[in-house]
Design a protein around this ligand. Structure first.
Ligand code: PEP
Ligand code: MG
Length: 583
């Protein structure tokens, strides 16, 4: 097998070496997990039972056919029943469960994908069209299986069956990425995607090497190919030579050692050389991430992306979590953080995080009904969330963060709805923190240019650099074709961030950065120099940023940064920022 290298966009650091596991869009729609040895036969039975149920359903259809039904209808049912009995479907899928330990849905989809590929090569048109029948039969079985699926995906009991797989797919949605938690995948490669797409963000939070924007990867890489991901460079090497493999294994070891060393800083306070304390917070997607946040020594949670509680629930807008369910999740995070503050961001749905996977009506979703706009348009959904978050504030320090604000009336309406939620809770006799603070994400340029409007109304600010960059530079964060235009050091971006930090401090309110810039060690000094004292990032980035902070002298950085902010020449800025790292 010839070795080849692909170049794309690095999104999650580190090196992974494993076997390619190709995921087709169909395969992504089903859950996939590995079944432990002792549960294999039960899984086989689950598939057999589902097939039997579909059989019964087809027979029922037959008997209920009206007398005057067209004969094709009966023939159609016969064909489906025949397909269902074919060992190419059932036996082959059972083999996959037993040999590869795939769960039933995954095994079935894998087999159907293989069959479909064979069908594509058939010359006879009539036969080729039978592919659709096979897919329909598989869908019937999948429907039954999903009804019997376990809600909790079991963790693997030991490493014995961990095959060290690297997922290769055309695209992975953030909700799909979320289901890779606790599974045995060690890397992700996708054809599309941008540096700060939410899929990339979840990969970073899983702390698994990933590269996106690889254009043809899912066509060029074959199932079970050996693959190396260099997540720092955005490079993927398929079928590497033994020499290359050895080099990467050596680099992997060095990286592991560096990470281990960083762990020693867990309890060290993040204080600069001149004695200024810096707050380091964690970004989380689900309450379970609090463990990683504490392991990294975070001072709290600076961004709980609550929309992830709403995603991956079958993709239907009506399947949103209830107040009670949300409350339990927020409370779980608050209790896990043991008195440390937890900033819960209200639902930021829309754009690349659709609530309903089928909902793609907006031509320009990033500029559409997203985040707070969506919530204000769905007041019952928003009030439910606000009540759930407020109730969690009775169990620890909670702050509310509102995404994507641009207008004063949006802030006023939001604050009024928070008051309404509080009244409802008082009436129902629920406890909550009456003084819960409310902050605004500054992530639309209009917000950064109208800060007095915000500081007058809000208790704190948090800069969402991912969207601030997307909207200021007019680049879709999920579009790899414009990913090269993504530049956090663009003078316009630096001005907007510096203005926000300065305005917040002048008004005496906290300002944090919770976008991806906060976790980039190459930017730590610059942000400190701008006056930033609160950084929120993925737990996996926190100790490296702390290490950088421990080496910094603020007066020097402040002088250097002031000079950078007077520069409008990108190259001069890039050089000066690089120069800062060496001091
Ligand atoms: C941001 O925009 O920088 C941010 C933190 O929010 P998200 O990435 O979830 O849009
Ligand atoms: Mg954002």
């Amino acid at each position: 097998m010839a070795s080849f290298t692909l170049h794309g966009i690095p999104v999650s650091r580190g090196i992974s070496i494993g076997r390619a596991h190709l995921l087709t869009p169909a395969a992504l729609d089903v859950k996939h997990y590995l079944v432990p040895e002792e549960q294999l036969e039960a899984e086989v039975r689950r598939l057999q039972d589902a097939i039997a149920e579909v059989h019964r359903g087809l027979q029922l259809l037959w008997t209920e056919l009206p007398k005057d039904a067209p004969t094709e209808l009966g023939a159609f049912i016969d064909v489906h029943a025949l397909i269902l009995s074919d060992p190419m479907i059932s036996e082959a899928a059972i083999d996959i469960i037993r040999s590869r330990h795939y769960n039933a849905e995954w095994a079935l989809v894998t087999q159907i994908d293989e069959l479909s590929a064979q069908f594509d090569e058939i010359e006879d048109e009539y036969l080729r069209e039978r592919k659709a029948d096979i897919q329909q039969v598989a869908e019937r079985v999948l429907k039954v299986l999903m009804g019997s699926a376990q809600l909790v995906v079991p963790r693997l009991p030991n490493d014995e069956y961990q095959p060290q797989m690297i997922v290769v797919a055309h695209d992975i949605s953030p909700a799909d990425m979320l289901q890779f938690r606790d599974r045995s995948f060690i890397g992700f490669v996708t054809d599309v995607g941008g540096q700060n797409s939410h899929t990339a963000i979840v990969a970073r939070s899983l702390d698994i090497p990933a590269a996106v924007g690889m254009s043809q990867a899912s066509q060029l890489i074959e199932q079970d190919d050996w693959v190396i991901i260099d997540g720092d460079a955005g490079v993927v090497i398929a079928n590497p030579s033994p020499l290359v493999l050895e080099q990467y294994r050596a680099r992997q070891l060095v990286l592991q050692k560096t990470r281990k060393k960083l762990l020693k800083l867990k309890k060290t306070p993040a204080v600069t050389l001149d004695g200024t304390a810096i707050t380091l917070l964690a970004n989380i997607e689900l309450p379970d991430d609090c463990g990683a946040a504490l392991d990294a020594g975070a001072n709290g949670v600076g961004l709980f992306r609550s929309e992830f509680l709403f995603m991956g629930r079958g993709g239907h807008a009506h399947m949103v979590p209830s107040e009670e369910e949300q409350f339990e999740q927020y409370k779980k995070a608050v209790l896990a953080m043991k008195g440390r503050p937890v900033v819960i961001r209200t639902l930021d749905i829309g754009a690349d995080k659709p609530l309903d996977q089928t909902e793609h009506t907006a031509l320009n979703p990033a500029l559409g009904l997203r985040a707070i706009r969506y919530c204000l348009a769905e007041p019952q959904l928003f009030l439910t969330q606000l009540r759930a978050i407020l109730r969690a504030s009775a169990f620890g320090k909670v702050r509310l963060l509102i995404p994507m604000l641009a207008h004063a009336f949006e802030i006023d309406q939001t604050l009024a709805m928070i008051e309404q939620a509080k009244t409802q809770l008082r009436d129902a006799g629920h406890k909550f923190d009456e003084g819960v603070e409310v902050g605004a994400m500054i992530e639309i340029p209009a917000a950064a240019l109208a800060l007095p409007m915000f500081v007058r109304r809000m208790d704190f600010l948090s800069i969402g650099t991912n969207d601030l960059i997307q909207y200021t530079l007019a680049i879709d964060r999920v579009d790899y074709e414009v990913a090269h235009l993504y530049n956090p050091l663009h003078p316009a971006i630096l001005q907007l961030i510096a203005m926000t930090i300065a305005a917040g401090h002048k008004a005496g309110i906290d300002v944090a950065v919770c976008g991806e810039m906060a976790g980039d060690v190459k930017l730590t000094r610059l942000l400190l120099g701008m006056g930033l004292r609160e950084f929120s990032m993925h737990p996996a980035q926190l100790l490296a940023v702390k290490q950088e902070i421990l080496r910094c002298d603020l007066p020097t950085l402040t002088r250097q940064t002031a000079k950078i902010l007077r520069t409008m020449e990108p190259q001069a800025i890039a050089d000066a920022v690089a120069q800062m790292q060496t001091m």
